[in-house]
Design a binder for this molecule. Structure first.
Ligand code: ZN
Length: 320
């Protein structure tokens, strides 16, 4: 069997980006399965949610946003530490960069390795990689909840930690008055899950319960279309949970009978492919996902660091 091209390295066709106005002053940029970003208008400032992979990529998004508002960016929210979500931060000139305390810890511990790993896996997202000035550091961190008063009659934007999930430090951004939730990579709407740094059991249970408990009527996930309406929001959350519980069930079964990582990968692939196999980045993510879950179920609580070298080893073992 010919080996598959590594991760998303062969994916070179640009995706169509669409700026969607979700409510007055609330914006999402979706891109056919590429990472989503968002923005929320305060009375005299902007809050941006996620920063894309490079300043050049972020400037393209800001140019679209500037057709709607010229307010300065006061807050840039990082939902988690992954390179394709944070390394474009310098383009925003934000006064404050907010993230969870665990995200700061992860950037310090593995930010450089993650940058190299993600660049190798998804080179197309790193538009003009030389424009990245270095790692992105939050200037403010929190552990539970952080509230931004948007000013005027605009109400609050609530940043909330929902528990360990896609990483140890994911946060969501919630607009209570408009019932809009920016969920980051904790929820994917019709895009495969990346779980290579995840805590699968927490994520599939209490963390997604917490995400669901907002009762959102619109949800912007990490990738894929905006879920519009309570029913679509619930479907996106439960689809995410279904991906996780299917993985847990199959990897656990193979591990309990003394099987190998390769067998666990094949069993999980067979179980997920009919429903999820055609979604963006499914083949790319699954080897890393199963490798991390294998470790987690073996008792390795804190995820191992992905490096460009370890990426290739796992890929060659599982996808060739
Ligand atoms: Zn991520």
């Amino acid at each position: 069997m010919a080996s598959k091209p590594f991760a998303s390295s062969a994916d070179i066709s640009a995706k169509q980006q669409t700026l969607e106005v979700l409510a007055e002053g609330v914006y999402a940029l979706t891109a056919e399965g590429d990472p989503n970003v968002g923005a929320i208008e305060g009375e005299d400032f902007l809050v941006c949610f996620e920063a894309l992979a490079t300043p050049t990529a972020a400037r393209d998004w800001l140019a679209e946003l500037r057709k709607h508002t010229d307010k300065p960016v006061k807050y840039l929210i990082l939902s988690h530490y992954h390179a394709v979500r944070v390394l474009g931060a310098s383009a925003f000139d934000a006064e404050v960069i907010v993230a969870h305390e665990n995200t700061r810890r992860l950037i310090a511990e593995r930010g450089k390795q993650d940058w190299a790993s993600e660049f190798g896996r998804m080179p197309r997202l790193f538009k003009d990689p030389e424009s990245i000035p270095g790692l992105t550091w939050p200037t403010v961190t929190f552990t539970d909840r952080f509230t931004i008063d948007l000013g005027g009659e605009r109400g609050d934007l609530v940043l909330q930690y929902c528990g360990r999930g896609h990483t140890a430090g994911d946060i969501v951004a919630w607009l209570p008055s408009q019932k809009i939730l920016f969920a980051g990579d904790l929820v994917e709407a019709q895009a495969a899950l990346y779980t290579g740094d995840a805590f699968h059991r927490d994520w599939a249970a209490a963390t997604l319960d917490n995400v669901a408990s907002f009762g959102a009527e619109q949800l912007v996930g990490g990738r894929g279309a905006v879920a519009r309406g309570a029913e679509a929001v619930s479907a996106a959350i439960e689809q995410t949970r279904g991906f996780l519980t299917t993985m847990i069930e199959h990897v656990e079964t193979v591990q309990k009978r003394g099987g190998t990582l390769k067998e666990a990968f094949e069993a999980t692939h067979t179980a997920l492919a009919p429903k999820f196999g055609h979604w963006p980045i499914f083949e790319h993510c699954l080897p890393f996902d199963v490798a991390r879950l294998w470790d987690e179920l073996s008792g390795t609580d804190w995820p191992l660091i992905w490096t460009a070298e370890r990426d290739r080893q796992v890929w060659d073992l599982l996808q060739s």
